[in-house]
Design a protein around this ligand. Structure first.
Ligand code: V47
Length: 386
């Protein structure tokens, strides 16, 4: 296998990179740039080799539900179709009771995670954030709350008038379990100045993630790709994530987010093609050698592209979602929800082994009886096999 792959990589002009990958050596920034220009099939096959070394055929998913508690936002990001100004038509802020109602409405489903991401609305008091966490936990005490991107956390600390390191224990006490990976966009100051100059800088995002990890929370990380960023800026983004991960080990999953242009100020840009998306998955698998999981977020990629991504480096497809707004406001045509058994079937149809995980990658159920063989995080519970 390695010989065939080595020959394929050599024919694509990346034989030396393949050799480094086989030896477990770290790729350089220059290698990263070359991977963006080399033959996609060779890059994808190399990334698939790493994926199978790490996870075999295992492919993770979870039963989750998204809640976007407000779309009011003062950051005016040019790539965003979800945001509304206060008082603008369609603007909303959910009361804590409404968050609880959304969770109660899914009590018949085996949901293990609520994912909460929203706009930055400076009028929301610090107590609001604690209250929505408590409301979620009250209605479903077992639920893991993955909430608040780094930019939301910065805003919460501002409203609390305390350093984030002092705020995080209070959020954890109220129910926070981990943090999603959004808000990173592209760390480059050039791109930020052109697209989201009211938002945190890349350095601030990374510093916040460090504080989160130091507080004992895991988080995800992302990059929003396929708009005005250059290849070098993408590689720089990966390199900065990789460095922080060396320091803290706190990132669980990397999610390349494909830009969706509809209804945004950047609607004239074409957005990435499926080929771009597969390359992004593959390159990130090869560069981010210290992040265990690469997620092919099906809502954003479409189901067929997410299935293909499982052979280009990715080992996770996200979850059942239930109600998605950020991508659908920006033109996504995927469904807003899937059922657990559909996810299981898509993963099987892609030739992989479905594994239901919780947010922290403890295994809830797996179709693989020999899960321990490939080093999964926790023992397999034999529930709900389908
Ligand atoms: O930060 C906004 C992105 C992010 C658009 O951690 C857009 O498991 C593309 O955090 N086109 C929020 N992207 C989403 C997020 C997330 C999503 C899925 C999984 C996880 C996880 C986290 O969505 C924002 C921004 O980068 N975004 N608008 C758009 N038009």
């Amino acid at each position: 296998m390695m010989t065939t792959l080595g020959s394929m990589a050599a024919a694509a002009g990346i034989g030396d990179i393949a050799e480094k990958v086989f030896q477990g050596q770290r790729l350089s920034r220059e290698d990263g740039v070359r991977l963006y220009h080399a033959d996609l099939h060779a890059v994808g096959a190399l990334a698939n080799w790493v994926r199978e070394e790490k996870h075999g055929d295992l492919t993770y998913f979870n039963v989750n539900q998204h809640i976007n508690y407000t779309n009011v936002c003062n950051k005016l990001c040019r790539f965003c179709a979800f945001q509304r100004l206060p008082g603008q038509e369609g603007a909303y802020v959910m009361k804590p009771e409404e968050v609880a109602e959304k969770i109660a409405a899914q009590l018949h489903e085996p949901v293990t995670e609520v994912h909460m991401v929203a706009g930055i609305y400076p009028k929301l008091p610090y107590e609001y954030y604690l209250d929505i966490l408590r409301a979620a936990k009250e209605v479903r005490p077992s639920i893991h709350i993955k909430a608040f991107t780094m930019i939301e956390l910065m805003q919460i600390a501002r409203r609390a008038k305390k350093p984030l390191a002092e705020v995080l224990p209070e959020l954890i006490e109220a129910g926070l379990g981990s943090c999603p990976g959004g808000g990173a966009e592209v760390f480059s100051d050039r791109v930020r100045d052109l697209g989201y100059d009211k938002k945190n800088t890349g350095t601030e995002w990374l510093d916040t993630a460090r504080t989160v990890h130091e507080a004992g929370l895991r988080s995800n990380c992302t990059m929003l790709h396929g708009h005005i960023e250059t290849i070098e800026e993408r590689v720089d983004h990966h390199d900065r994530l990789r460095k922080l991960q060396d320091e803290t080990g706190g990132f669980q999953t990397y999610i390349p987010l494909s830009f969706h242009p509809a209804n945004t100020e950047w609607s004239h840009l074409p957005g990435p093609t499926a080929m771009d998306e597969l390359r992004e998955i593959a390159v990130s698998r090869l560069l981010l050698d210290n992040i265990d999981h690469i997620k092919a977020y099906w809502i954003m990629l479409s189901i067929p592209v997410a299935q293909m991504a499982l052979s280009f480096g990715s080992d996770d497809v996200d979850g059942t979602v239930v109600e998605e707004k950020i991508y659908h406001e920006a033109g996504a045509t995927t469904p807003q929800e899937v059922k657990r058994n559909e996810l299981v079937q898509w993963i099987r149809d892609a030739g992989r082994i479905p594994v239901e995980r919780d947010t922290l990658y403890n295994v809830i159920w797996s179709a693989d009886e020999n899960l321990a063989r490939v080093g999964a995080a926790a023992p397999v519970a034999t529930v709900g096999a389908s």
